[in-house]
Ligand binder design. Structure first.
Ligand code: B1M
Length: 235
């Protein structure tokens, strides 16, 4: 743990502050993270830059030590809480207010998996790009996805998985959509650290999205394709 009691975050220059925020995220210090985010914003940083350079990079470092058995679940939960504190400030800034929806997405983490930071980030970035996002949370069995699709009639179904043990469940969802004759009603996008292009193809998704920014690009491309198809049908 780093002793941050005496550190005046305002007094640090940008790169020192970002390094300090990586430490604070590591130590799960939510208030300090929130303060750091506010300082960077006040200094004119774009919300997306704060998100990627201060928060996502900090979480990457946490992930390395979690993998190596230096950090454990309770500590990583504190880091996740601190990260969410920062994301709560950034969310409204990343979301375009009053913009017409360019498309609708239902997104959730698959059954057996409670990781939600990446999914939340994807939701935020998609909202920021003008999509309407219905986030159905974590640990979703296929029934939850089906219910949300029925209720919200989205263009896109997004699924997240962070564990090699839970990612195969995506195939269960896609296969169920096929069985019910619903597969072609939606674009299916999948993401999560252990996934790959090949895996996306193997489970029958339309695309694997490496990160939140890629998800936005892919989603926009899919929506453009959908609108073009509609245009061709009506002409
Ligand atoms: Co977990 N965990 N965890 N964990 N955890 C990982 C995933 C792990 C890689 C750590 C490690 O060993 N290095 C490892 C998985 C190993 C494996 O399966 N190969 C692991 C493990 C083993 C576990 C437990 C089993 C540990 C245990 O209990 N012994 C347990 C499982 C619990 C469960 O789900 N059933 C567990 C628990 C936890 C916490 C609860 C402590 C916490 C989660 C808190 C939370 O999410 N609210 C946690 C965390 C935080 C992590 C790490 C450290 C960080 C994950 C994260 O938030 N990354 C993670 C290590 C790592 O990934 N480096 C780890 C930041 C986030 C921004 O990135 O989620 O990849 P990511 O999302 C990206 C992209 O992947 C993509 O866009 C996002 C933004 O750019 N993306 C999508 C993600 N979802 C998408 C969906 C889309 C599109 C793109 O849809 C269209």
């Amino acid at each position: 743990m780093t002793d941050t009691e005496d550190i005046d975050l305002q007094a640090l220059d940008d790169s020192e502050l970002v390094a300090q925020m990586h430490d604070d995220l590591y130590d799960g210090l939510k208030e300090e993270i929130e303060e750091g985010v506010n300082i960077l914003l006040a200094r004119g940083w774009e919300p997306y830059r704060v998100l990627t350079e201060a928060l996502v990079e900090g979480m990457r470092i946490v992930g390395i030590d979690f993998r190596d058995g230096i950090l454990f679940v309770p500590e990583v939960l504190l880091s996740a809480g601190a990260m969410k504190g920062g994301m709560t400030i950034l969310r409204p800034l990343l979301a375009e207010t009053g913009a017409p929806s360019v498309g609708k997405m239902v997104i959730g983490t698959v059954k057996g998996d409670i990781h939600d930071i990446g999914k939340n980030l994807v939701s935020m970035m998609m909202e920021g790009a003008g999509f309407e996002v219905i986030d159905i949370g974590i640990n979703n069995p296929v029934e939850d996805y089906l219910a949300a699709l029925e209720e919200h009639q989205p263009d896109i179904l997004g699924m997240s998985a962070l564990l090699t043990t839970t990612m195969p469940y995506m195939k269960v969802v896609v296969e169920t959509l096929k069985e019910k004759g619903m597969r072609d009603d939606y674009f299916v996008l999948v993401g999560g650290a252990p996934l790959s292009e090949e895996f996306g193809e193997a489970v029958g998704a339309d695309a694997y999205c490496r990160d939140a920014a890629v998800t936005v690009d892919v989603a926009k491309e899919m929506m453009a394709r959908k609108h073009n198809q509609r245009g061709q049908l009506s002409s």
